[in-house]
Design a protein around this ligand. Structure first.
Ligand SMILES: Cc1cc2nc3c(=O)[nH]c(=O)nc-3n(C[C@H](O)[C@H](O)[C@H](O)COP(=O)(O)O)c2cc1C
Length: 314
């Protein structure tokens, strides 16, 4: 890929493409290993993992490739301190922190681990830069999982974050192919992170019914559940319709919160309950209609990005 980027030198990767850390979908070794083998950055999502399983996954990725990989730790998670201890003890090459401030950064600096920080606003990005993080990942409102709470689109957010910091910015939200990656570079980002696209690979560990729903979805088939708090972007289903109806009917906030928490990503990802579970996916679900292997996908993304670049200059 011929776009200018500091990320290959910073992280030791061939291609400035990140597989987004995705609870359940990449809480394993298979997907991150395949992505890192192909020269992009594979990311183990620690969120729902048992500590022993996280250690085993880190060791399995390391056994399968000499290329760098990352562990994603959502800092609000009740086990985040334990996950950070494991990442430090295992000396992971890259740590990706989301949903919180970069407090544990000095420990990782000391062992040479690179720290990437997920941000949802230019202010948050500037604070992360001042704290000394190596790069920020700006995730726009189109994204699956927890997008920017104020719903600002990647088109606007990534541009604003690029203007706010001088460290490398990785753009995320709505990117499903090389055209989307090239768009992030056009905005001034030096790399792109893709979640939903990598969820739709053979290695991603979500139920087949989940992948079928994402494949069938159009670009307008996602919705935000839990606006006003920590919203989740998921496919519209019976559960999201129940939440919408309850909101419209004026359900008291505490009851609504309990309703939203009564269903989980696990229900959909592990048990295949795609009607009542949280089928987290981004708007880019509507751009995706196949299920390649993750290595093949990385190679395809690299070729598509180059083709998009050529289209712009020819
Ligand atoms: C099913 C699913 C689970 C996710 N889990 C996490 C997570 O555990 N930690 C995190 O930082 N981001 C999580 N994300 C967000 C992704 O890392 C990524 O930023 C996002 O998917 C990018 O937007 P896209 O889906 O439009 O490509 C998740 C996304 C999805 C679709």
């Amino acid at each position: 890929m011929t776009f200018r980027s500091r990320l290959p030198a910073l992280l030791g990767i061939a291609h400035p493409i990140l597989q987004g850390g995705m609870s359940w979908a990449s809480s394993c070794a298979a997907l991150p290993l395949a992505v890192s083998r192909a020269g992009a950055l594979g990311v183990i999502a620690a969120g729902p993992m048992r500590p022993d399983d996280l250690v085993a996954a880190i060791r399995a990725v390391r056994a399968g490739t000499d290329n760098p990989f990352a562990v994603n730790v959502p800092l609000y998670n009740k086990r985040s301190a334990e996950f950070l201890d494991i990442a430090e003890a295992e000396r992971v090459p890259v740590l990706i922190a989301s949903q919180g401030g970069p407090k544990a950064l000095p420990r990782f600096r000391a062992i040479g681990t690179k720290w990437l920080h997920v941000v949802a606003s230019p202010l948050h990005a500037a604070k992360a830069e001042a704290a000394g993080v190596d790069a920020v990942i700006a995730v726009g409102g189109e994204a699956g999982g927890h997008p920017a709470p104020d719903e600002v689109s990647a088109m606007v957010l990534v541009r604003a974050v690029v203007k706010a910091v001088s460290i490398p910015v990785i753009g995320a939200g709505g990117v499903a192919d090389g055209a989307g990656i090239a768009a992030m570079f056009a905005l001034g980002a030096e790399g792109a992170q893709l979640g939903t696209r990598f969820l739709m690979t053979r290695e991603a560990t979500v139920h087949a019914a989940y992948k079928d729903r994402v494949r069938a979805a159009g670009i307008g088939d996602t919705t935000l559940v839990g606006r006003g708090g920590l919203p989740i972007r998921q496919l519209r289903n019976a559960f999201s319709a129940q939440v919408d109806a309850s909101e419209r009917a004026g359900m008291p906030a505490a009851e609504l919160d309990a309703l939203i928490k009564s269903r989980s990503l696990k229900d959909a990802a592990l048990d295949g309950d795609v009607d009542w579970g949280k089928v987290e996916a981004g708007q880019s679900a509507g751009l995706i209609d196949d299920l390649p292997g993750a290595e093949e996908l990385v190679h395809r993304l690299v070729a598509e990005t180059e083709a998009a670049r050529m289209r712009l200059v020819a």
